[in-house]
Write a protein that binds this ligand. Sequence first.
Ligand SMILES: Cc1ncc(COP(=O)(O)O)c(C=O)c1O
Length: 456
Amino acid sequence: MSHPLPADAVFLPAGVTGLPVGAQHSVQRCASCGQLLSPLDAAPDCPSCGGLLEIIHRAPVDEFDAPLSANAIKHSFAQHCCALPMGHASGVWRFESIVMPGAGDAIVSHPEGNTPLLSRAAISRYTGCDGLLIKHEGHNPTGSFKDRGMTVGTTQAVRIGASAVACASTGNTSAALASYAAQAGIPGLVFVPAGKIALGKLAQTLSYGARTLLVKGDFDECLRLVQQASRELGIYLLNSINPWRVEGQKTIVFELLQQLGWHAPDFIVLPAGNLGNTAAFGKALREAHALGLIAKMPRLVSVQAAGAAPFARAFREDFATRYTVQAETIATAIRIGDPASWDRAVRAIRETNGLVISATDDEIIDAKVTIDAAGVGCEPASAASVAGVRQLVRDGIIGAGDTVVAVLTGHVLKDPGMLVELHQREDYPRANRPVEIDATVSAVEAVLRETRGSAL
Ligand SMILES: Cc1ncc(COP(=O)(O)O)c(C=O)c1O
C-alpha cells in the first residue's frame, strides 16, 4: 500500500495531502511499513504490521506559515528558555515546536531538563580526553533522563484522555511515570523485574503512588507482558517504544547543542540498554541537521554493559543479525537482553557513522567511582559512557583535540545499596570505608592526620 509521505522524509513536506485527520502539526508513521496514523491515535505500535511508530512533524513555520530559517529557529528556542508560562521554562517544552507542536494546555511539566554541561579535570584526565564535557541528566526532577520522555508521553496521555498509563522498567522509567502520572491525576501501573531494581528507584515509584507489580522474570518479560496488557486492557503504554517518549528524549541533544552554541561536538557518547535513547539521539541529530541548526553530524557512540551487549555484537557484524542475550550486569538500568528499539537505533548509528561498544562491569564501576569522587556522581549504568570514552581514547578512535559529550543518565542516589556495599568492601582498593570512632576529639584528630597523610 502506498502512503503520501516519502520514506526518507525528516519533516512533513509542504503541501502534502492525504494525511490522517488531525495531522496539521505532526503525524505518526510506522517505521516498518510506512502506514500513517493520526497524532491522537493511542495504538502502541502499527496496527497493520506491528512495527514501531515514529513522529514526523511539520518543520517550524512563522505566523504567515513560511518556513523559519535556522537562525530564527535558534532564536525561538533561546527566547523560550526563560519564558513564562512555566511549561516553556522546561528544557523539553522550550523545544515544543519540534517535540509536540500544539500541545498547549495539556502539558504536564515539573519542569524538567535544563541539565548542566560540566567540565571536570579529574574525569577528563581519567579518560585521556581534554575536550570531554559531561551532560548530567541525573539533574532532572526524578533523577534521570526519563523525565524528558515522560513529560511528553504523559502530556499525550492527557491529550487522548487515557484512563491509565503503564510501563515496564528497570527502575528509572517507573519512577518517572509514577511522578508524572501523579501530577496528571492518571492511575499509573509499573512492571518491574522482582529483586532486580535498584532501591532508590523502587522507593521513588512507591512514594509517587504508582501500582508496582514485581514480575517474576527479567525486564524483557516485563516488556512483553505490559505490551500485551496494554493491547488487551486499553492501558496507554509509556515505554520508550512510545514515539512521544522519543520526542521528549530528543531534547537532551537539542539542549546540549544549544549549550554549545550550535557547534556540534565530534562525539556524543551514551549508555545503551533498550536503545530508546540511541534512537532518540539519532532522530534529534537527523532533524537538527535537516533544519540547518548544525553543520556536521557528531558520531554517536552507544555503550552497552558487556554482559548485556547484543547490539554491540551485531554492530561488529554490520548489523547482519539481531541478537538476544541472557543479560547480566551490575548496571541494572541497562540489564536488557532483547532491546525493543533495535531498528531505529541501527538507523541512528548508521546515519551518524556511529559506533557501538561494550564495557565490563569492572570498567563501569571504575569509571563510576572516578565520577563520584570528582563530586559529580552518577548511577552505575550512567558511567558506561565515561568508560566508553576512556576505551575509545585508548584505541585511538577519539583523538586528543576532539570534543566529546558523555551523557550521565541517572543520579548517584538511584542505587544506594550497591554503593554502600562497594564502599564497605575490604578487598576493593578504592573503597571509602566509613570509620567508627570513640566520641572524642583525639579520635577525630587521628583520622584527620591519616586523611591528610594519604592526600599527600
Ligand atoms: C540510567 C539509565 N541509563 C541508561 C539507560 C538506557 O537507555 P535505553 O534503554 O534508552 O537504551 C537507562 C534505561 O532504563 C537508564 O535508566
